[in-house]
Design a protein around this ligand. Structure first.
Ligand code: SAH
Length: 504
């Protein structure tokens, strides 16, 4: 049996990007994980299905355990030989009781390691554009618990008031009025700037700025949710200058991505980079074809043209090709056409440079690119079972021998409309996602912008009686993202953007 060990791990303040490599590695390999209330969902979601998880703390109260029980649990599990991770918000030793837990582990003779985390006390101010020290404004930083800051606690208000540096209060939100009063009573100017940062480093972060005199009123007006921390000091003035996070182009926007989960990650990443919170609402799922017969015929056959209409088609085609022990040399001689820049990129990733990529993301855009006379030309079209037939019909009319290779199916998935509230933008990356979205949900989309990746998708939106508000000028995920950013910038400019699509 391996020797068990407990890792007291800091999970950082919320943004999963602020998890350390060490923490991520330990989470991925833990047998047993105890998760604190302050650990963000985005991080809790990383816990592998193989690990046993207990939620300790108020968030999931049915599992909540008193501190002694938690300690005992960690010790028991480690003694069974397990790798135990005790995951805590921020840093385990910054007002995190990590010290007490480590003492208990020492007393119990259990091996342990400490994995520091990025503390909210540093990251919160940083994400609010407030440097905790600055040569012109603060030469010291003091971290203080605001938890029990009445006269009976050990906080030396007089000493605190004499520091000209920055003071960060954790656990002090409920006591904000008292903190402001104590500092002013002890001689700090009531003009001293104060920031309260709520849900720091998450997409719900909000910062309220005031002075010791005004902050209480400002905060209650803003009805900020917890967790929140308080920064007192001249450095707070820099918020207006450096405020970089809450000013991201899509900050605070809720954007729905309707792509199949398998394909959503790049669009999700781009929107999140721009500050949006992304609601995944996959309406379709990619499923294998009913039969591989027609796809295999394309893989084995000799064609003058191979036409790919999607990344999925490319992946399925190569899967079958490789499964047969072949590689791209089997395609020598065929010319390659594809629809969409991402499809082209997928082909390039497989070592094929497409000969023909029309500007518009629609298979009909291929038609004018083919000669009027297609007599005897053999064309294989690799696509989903469901798709538009115009190109195929037209090539047949021109005399081509067209083979439809069904590479996959898109099937609707049961939708969960619960998260579809306060939506700012819904993005559609194909006509089928549009149809499935409107079939799956009857949510009120008043004031919601509908964004489409191209003309075919826009047409599908119109068929449902809506006008697309945004249409990507080119059929790529990046262009769709950029079009949404552009529209949002215009909306922030005061008025609703005129539709970017020419035909609307
Ligand atoms: N060990 C943690 C602090 C635990 S004490 C750390 O290093 O961050 C809990 C207090 O931390 C909360 O009351 C709040 O003041 C602060 N806090 C933790 N996460 C926060 C967040 N994301 N935003 C704002 N404050 C946070």
């Amino acid at each position: 049996m391996s020797i068990g060990k407990v890792f007291l791990v800091g999970a950082g303040p919320g943004d999963p990007g602020l998890l350390t490599l060490r923490a991520a590695e330990l989470i991925a390999h833990a047998d047993f994980i105890a998760i604190d209330a302050l650990v963000s969902d985005a991080i809790a979601d990383r816990v592998p299905a193989t690990a046993e998880v207990v939620y300790v703390g108020k968030r999931a109260s049915k599992h909540a355990l008193p501190q002694e029980k938690i300690n005992q649990l960690l010790i028991d599990e480690a003694k069974k030989g397990k790798t135990v991770v005790r995951l805590k918000g921020g840093d385990p030793f910054v007002f995190g009781r990590g010290g007490e837990e480590a003492e208990e582990l020492v007393a119990a003779g259990v091996a342990f390691e400490i994995v520091p985390g990025i503390s909210s006390s540093l990251a919160g101010p940083a994400y609010a554009g407030i440097p905790v020290t600055h040569r012109s404004y603060a030469t010291s930083l003091t971290l203080v618990t605001g938890h029990e800051s009445d006269a009976s606690t050990g906080i030396k208000w007089e000493a605190l008031a004499q520091l000209d540096g920055t003071i960060v209060f954790l656990m002090g939100f409920a006591n904000l009025p008292m903190i402001a009063r104590k500092l002013t009573e002890n001689g700090v100017s009531s003009d001293r700037p104060v920031a309260v940062i709520s849900k720091a480093t998450t997409r719900d972060q909000r910062t309220v700025i005031g002075t010791l005199a005004t902050i209480e009123a400002k905060v209650s007006e803003a009805s900020l949710p917890t967790p929140a921390l308080i920064v007192v000091g001249e450095v707070v003035r820099l918020h207006d200058v450096i405020n970089w996070f809450e000013t991201k182009p899509l900050f605070g926007k809720r954007i729905v991505v309707t792509r199949a989960r398998e394909q959503a990650s790049e669009l999700k990443r781009l929107f999140e980079e721009s500050g949006a919170s992304v609601v995944q609402f996959p309406t379709i799922e990619i499923a294998p074809p009913e039969s591989y017969e027609s796809l295999d015929a394309a893989v084995d056959g000799r064609f003058d043209w191979l036409v790919f209409t999607s990344v999925n088609g490319v992946s399925a085609f190569f899967e079958r090709l490789f499964a047969k022990g072949k590689d791209v040399r089997a395609l020598a001689g065929a010319r390659i056409a594809c629809v969409g820049e991402t499809t082209a990129a997928a082909l390039r990733a497989h070592g094929l440079v497409p000969d023909l990529v029309p500007e518009k993301f629609m298979s009909t855009a291929l038609i004018p690119r083919f000669d009027a006379d297609q007599k005897g030309v053999r064309i294989a079209v690799i696509r989903a079972a469901e798709g538009r037939d115009e190109f195929i019909d037209e090539m047949r009319r021109r005399g081509a021998e067209v083979h439809l290779a069904v590479a996959y199916r898109t099937i609707p998935v049961a939708a969960n409309a619960e998260e579809l509230h306060d939506i700012d933008v819904v993005t559609f990356t194909s006509a089928s996602t549009v149809d499935n979205f409107f079939a799956a949900t009857k949510v009120d989309l008043n004031g919601t912008l509908l964004a489409s990746i191209g003309p075919t998708t826009s047409d599908a939106i119109r068929k449902h009686g809506r006008q697309p508000d945004i249409e990507s000028p080119t059929a790529s995920i990046q262009a769709l993202h950029d079009a949404v950013v552009h529209a949002e910038a215009r909306r922030r400019g005061g008025k609703l953007p005129p539709p970017l699509c020419g035909s609307a």
